[in-house]
Design a protein around this ligand. Structure first.
Ligand code: HMG
Ligand code: MG
Length: 302
């Protein structure tokens, strides 16, 4: 089995992480976090979400965060970083365009109940909303990433049929998403269920257009990422210090820590272009600001 030589890490800590932290960080600290991550070599960073502040108060001020990030064009051109924002609907897209997000992400799920709880509509309705987002984004060549949540298990519905994941992923890809990220929202996947799911999805979406997004709730994320690498996946979402979780998935913990993914990939001679030592330092610093423990095993060991 050949593993990819290069892997792209998509840093989701400032969005997926911070959206579920008890302490809401100031715009200044969010900007500092994101810019430090860019300097460490992360070229795709989720900077926030244009969602209802009543639903996710931690992401309020994403407009200001993006304005500040865009003010620092010198850093952007030096590092080549691209900042992304989540946009569940046209109102969100308008904000993302106005505040010059480098890409946007739309998000649905393979489970009806989760979609309803997360974005207050059915899977079908979410995909219809996304058609309108895609049409506008394509007019201005704004890249759109798609997410499918609950790819192996749902907090409300239990096991998820891989064919349902494949159906939603195919829809997102065919409507124009340049990449589809497969989210194990509650971290219940194991290498076997991951492989079954990926084999179904890869029949519909080319493997180089897929990413995996593993919450580490049950400690399975690295094993699932390794299984994904074996199937040819070369894009991995991760969050510095393993921050966060998901507000609509009870008991969810954060994404696998960026540090832990980097340590594993470095150990397998897979290139990422990201400096592990710098990410460890950033993780310790931000956990201190958030007054929480660092979830990265690698950071704890250093
Ligand atoms: P709704 O209540 O159905 O929306 O929510 P609405 O259109 O009826 O509007 C209600 C209010 O929200 C109105 O304000 C709107 O203006 C406002 P009011 O009149 O009450 O003052 N509103 C907005 N405000 C700001 N930005 C917007 C926006 N849209 C409406 N874009 C909505 C629908 C989607 C807005 C809501 O359900 C929502 O914001 N949900 C948040 C979902 C979210 O952020 N979830 C976490 C991210 S997804 C995730 O973490 C999973 C992932 O990581 C992958 C994985 O792990 O599996 C990606
Ligand atoms: Mg997530």
């Amino acid at each position: 089995m050949s593993l990819p030589r290069n892997v792209e890490i998509i840093e989701v800590g400032p969005r997926d992480g911070l959206q579920n932290e008890k302490k809401t960080l100031s715009v200044e600290l969010r900007v500092e976090l994101i810019e430090r991550l860019a300097k460490a070599g992360l070229k795709k960073i989720e900077a926030g979400s244009f969602v209802s502040p009543k639903w996710v108060p931690q992401m309020a001020g994403t407009d200001l965060v993006l304005d500040r990030l865009n003010d620092n064009q010198a850093l952007m051109s030096k590092t080549g970083v691209r900042y992304a924002a989540l946009t569940p609907n046209l109102k969100g897209l308008e904000g993302a365009i106005q505040h010059r997000a480098g890409e946007v992400a739309i998000f649905s799920a393979a489970s009806e109940s989760f979609t309803q709880k997360n974005i207050n509509c059915s899977i079908k309705e979410s995909l219809q909303r996304f058609d309108a987002i895609m049409a506008q984004a394509q007019q201005i060549n704004l890249p759109v990433r798609g997410y499918v949540s609950t790819i192996v298990g749902c907090p409300y519905e239990g096991d998820i049929d891989p064919l349902k994941v494949a159906e939603v992923a195919k829809h997102l890809y065919q409507m124009g998403c340049y990449e589809v990220s497969l989210g194990d929202t509650i971290g219940v996947g194991t290498p076997l269920t991951f492989k079954r799911m990926l084999e179904a999805v890869m029949k519909e979406v080319p493997v180089n257009k897929l990413a995996v997004h593993c919450h580490n709730t049950y400690g399975q994320a690295l094993a699932n990422i390794y299984a994904s690498l074996q199937l040819g996946i070369s894009k991995i979402d991760a969050a510095v210090a393993g921050l966060g979780g998901c507000p609509y998935a009870k008991g969810a913990s954060g994404n696998i820590a960026t540090e832990d993914v980097l340590f594993m990939l470095n150990g397998m001679n897979i290139q990422t272009g990201v400096n592990l030592d710098e990410v460890i330092e950033i993780g310790h610093w931000i956990c201190n600001e958030l007054e929480r423990d660092n979830q990265s095993k690698v950071a704890q060991a250093r």
